[in-house]
Design a protein around this ligand. Structure first.
Ligand code: GDG
Length: 472
């Protein structure tokens, strides 16, 4: 049994802890390294907080427990829930749709039914643990129906929602057979947060078109529904960030710096190291990046002795067909480029299909002269911000897609349209050839921005907006 007593409740698809089973079958929990946990931890401790989410493995019926001062409330998912709610509706319907149909979304009614059922389970779990008048913050596209379900169960709660991925324009959104239910689900929140101003605008337009409600600036007028009184819902941009100070400190550790030097050496001390770090996902523009680099080699604008590309593609959603196909395409391309241009001593591309510890990621950022973020569509892109935070030497060039949310903030990066392969090639060359003084000037400005808007600032802004609503 859990008391309905928590004043601050976070609801996300995944819990902020990972379950580790050792060789003796002993179970332990470790905190997962995400920025969200770091940002919310102080609020959690101060406000008597609970975190509701899935533990990451099928069919685990776990009692709530305490981890590092945070109440963890597991929500079980069966293998069929994972297949239909998570891999299906979340990652093969909503994900491609919300990223401007870069891949074709699949619409299946039984996936939708499972999405509704699982969202209800999360809402019920949150309703059970929330104290009277508590603040509940629901995270991301897997749980868009939770705000409304929760409001129906518990009208006393103050409810926030944050969408970590883009919200598409209405022409695309309107494809969704359940477009009305999703918009109504989100409007159960008092504050609906988005990464970019454009995302909040797209959502407001969807509300006007689907439901005919009026909007003024960031406010949406929701009329009385049944017993529920008329309300104002705020839809607004709150660009997320990283824990920049801790990332900077990590990158400053002597062993991380030594590791960075070692990486450069092991790659044959090329004049320039280009780096890409992404989950292996079709939104990240990895193919476009490889194509541009392959053409630069073919045209002899760069040589493998001088310029080396390291691509970390961490395994992701490996049971979804579009991701299997993407992996094949990328690995074929890497193989061809290496086959054509690598020498015994100098690979053209070092391709790593692994997840790495944070220390290794920081060392890679330090080793890289040029960071390539060429997403075709991305809510924010934290890798871009991590690269900047790591570079306390004020060196390194960030090449950043216009289509990543981070481009709204990181204006001193070299902004690119990754679909324009010629433009991308020219930008990569400009990054390789950029004089030290200009690199420094740009990196300083980027660092100022990332330091000022860190993830703690992000959560404070969001929660302050939510507290304002609660008082009105
Ligand atoms: C979604 C939105 C939005 C990656 N590989 C490894 C590893 N990572 C870490 C990175 C970074 C995080 O994962 C990825 O965050 P991104 O923001 O780049 O992208 P998504 O995973 O698509 O995240 C995105 C974000 O939510 C937050 O709102 O910015 O737009 O799509 O922190 O460093 N970390 C480690 N090993 C790896 O191999 N340790």
């Amino acid at each position: 049994m859990v008391d309905a007593s928590y004043e601050f409740v976070v609801v996300s698809n995944r819990l902020p802890v990972d379950r580790i089973v050792d060789a003796n079958g002993e179970v332990a929990w470790t905190q997962s390294p995400g920025g969200l946990v770091t940002a919310l931890e102080p609020v959690m401790r101060q406000a008597d907080g609970a975190w509701v989410g899935w533990a990451g493995a099928p069919d685990l019926e776990l009692e709530p427990f305490e981890h590092d001062g945070i109440r963890i409330v597991p929500v079980p998912l069966s293998a069929l829930d994972i297949e239909r709610y998570y891999e299906g509706f979340s990652n093969d319907t909503l994900w491609p749709l919300y990223h401007d149909v870069i891949a074709q979304p699949s619409y299946h009614r039984e996936w939708w039914e499972r999405y509704v059922a699982v969202n209800r389970r999360f809402a019920e779990a949150a309703a059970r643990v929330s104290g009277q008048g508590a603040t509940v913050w629901v995270q991301d596209y897997q749980l868009q129906l939770v705000p409304r379900m929760l409001r129906e169960l518990r009208p006393d709660l103050v409810i926030g929602f944050f969408n970590h991925i883009p919200f598409p324009n209405y022409g695309i959104y309107s494809q969704l057979p359940w477009r009305q239910q999703i918009v109504e689900g989100l409007l159960g929140a008092d504050v609906v947060g988005f990464q970019r101003v454009a995302d909040a605008g797209n959502f407001q337009r969807a509300v006007r078109r689907v439901l005919g409600y009026k909007t003024h600036s960031t406010s949406i007028e929701v009329p009385a529904i049944g017993e529920q009184p008329a309300r104002h819902v705020i839809a607004k941009a709150f660009p997320i960030s990283i824990d920049s100070a801790s990332f900077e400190a990590l990158a400053a550790r002597p062993e991380v710096r030594e590791r960075a030097a070692q990486i450069r050496h092991d790659l044959g001390d090329p004049a320039t190291i280009l780096l890409g770090v992404d989950r292996l996902d079709y939104t990240k523009g990895i193919r476009h990046r490889l194509k541009a680099f392959g053409e630069l080699l073919a045209e002899r604008r760069v040589a493998v002795e001088d310029v080396s590309l390291v691509q970390v593609a961490s395994p992701s959603r490996e049971r979804v067909a579009a991701y299997m196909q993407l992996r094949d395409e990328i690995e074929l391309t890497v193989g061809r480029i290496n086959g054509d241009y690598a020498t015994i001593t100098h690979p053209a591309i070092t391709y790593l299909h692994h997840g790495y510890p944070r220390e290794e990621m920081a060392a890679l950022y330090l080793a890289a002269d040029v960071m390539l973020v060429t997403a075709l569509r991305d809510g924010m892109n934290l890798v871009a911000k991590e690269y900047v935070a790591a570079r306390s030497d004020e060196d390194g060039v960030l090449v950043l897609s216009e289509f990543a949310g981070a481009a709204d903030e990181l204006k001193q990066a070299l902004l690119v349209n990754p679909h324009d392969i010629e433009g991308l090639k020219d930008t990569v060359m400009a990054a390789i050839e950029m004089p030290r003084a200009e690199r420094r000037r740009r990196m300083r400005a980027l660092r100022r921005r990332v330091r000022e808007n860190d993830v703690a600032h992000w959560s404070q802004l969001f929660l302050a907006e939510l507290a304002g609503v609660g008082r009105s």
